[in-house]
Design a protein around this ligand. Structure first.
Ligand code: SF4
Ligand code: FES
Length: 241
């Protein structure tokens, strides 16, 4: 265990945990848009910046990346932290002005106008890479990635086309903090709409009740991975019981 101070509170924390995790466990709020316990930290959004003091040195660090240390003093809401967070929200709003999650953060931080030039495209994607990390680390499909650099950076499938590796599981849509990816099942088809393309996948029909209940590609993926019999998913969960 290590002993640290967050916002004046003395806290015992497990070694190896990040400041963001420890703050969360102790009900100390730090805004964070690109962090999720299911995937490795990435440090993309910079909203989780906090001020740390070690000896005589003070600096700002991303709390989702920085692991706790004995004697560390952390401030999550100092003036310096709040000012930087406001600027980060303004940057994000310049890219994605209509995002509810950003508008809410702006209101929390007292940001009432954006000083930066609005980007031409009104994006929904904040390039947090939660979807790509979930796809790679949790699903192990690696169907999407962040491509290009600078202002051309985008989340995309290879060549902006139907990704062969995509199993249509929807993890990307589930984890996306901005709803930039959506999923709709219509009849026998699952439609996944991404910021730069739309993909369609066939759903499997239950051989008993006739309901279309899961993407065929996802079921094939599980059968192969878990070495299950080919007819393992012929029935939907309701008809299997
Ligand atoms: S689509 Fe969503 S999860 Fe993926 S990078 Fe963009 S905002 Fe993040
Ligand atoms: S949550 Fe730490 S940089 Fe996004």
């Amino acid at each position: 265990m290590v002993a640290l101070t967050i916002d004046g509170r003395e806290i015992q924390a497990e070694e190896g945990k990040t400041i963001l995790e420890v703050a969360g466990e102790n009900n100390i709020y730090i805004p964070a848009l690109c962090s999720h316990e299911a995937v490795t930290p990435y440090g993309a959004c910079r909203l989780c910046l906090v001020e740390i003091t070690r000896g005589k040195k003070k600096r700002l660090v991303a709390s989702c990346l920085y692991t706790v240390e004995d004697g560390l003093i952390v401030k999550t809401d100092s003036e310096r932290v709040t000012n930087v967070r406001r600027m980060v929200v303004e940057f994000l709003l310049a890219r994605c002005p209509d995002l509810e999650v950003l508008q809410k953060l702006a209101a929390e931080l007292g940001v009432d106008k954006v000083r930066f030039k609005l980007e031409e495209d009104n994006h929904k994607c904040i390039l947090c890479a939660l979807c790509t990390r979930a796809c790679e680390e949790v699903v192990e499909a690696s169907a999407i990635s962040l491509v290009n650099r600078g202002v051309d950076r985008q989340m995309a499938t290879p060549f902006y086309a139907l990704s062969e590796a995509c199993i249509a599981c929807g993890s990307c849509a589930y984890i996306c903090p901005t709803k930039a990816i959506s999923i709709e099942d219509i009849g026998d088809t699952r439609i996944i709409t991404m910021p730069h393309n739309t993909m369609e996948f066939k759903l499997k029909k239950c051989q008993n009740c006739g309901r279309y209940w899961a993407p065929q590609k996802q079921l094939d993926f599980i059968i192969k991975k878990a070495d299950l019999p080919a007819d393992a998913f012929d029935l939907c969960p309701d008809c299997r019981d």
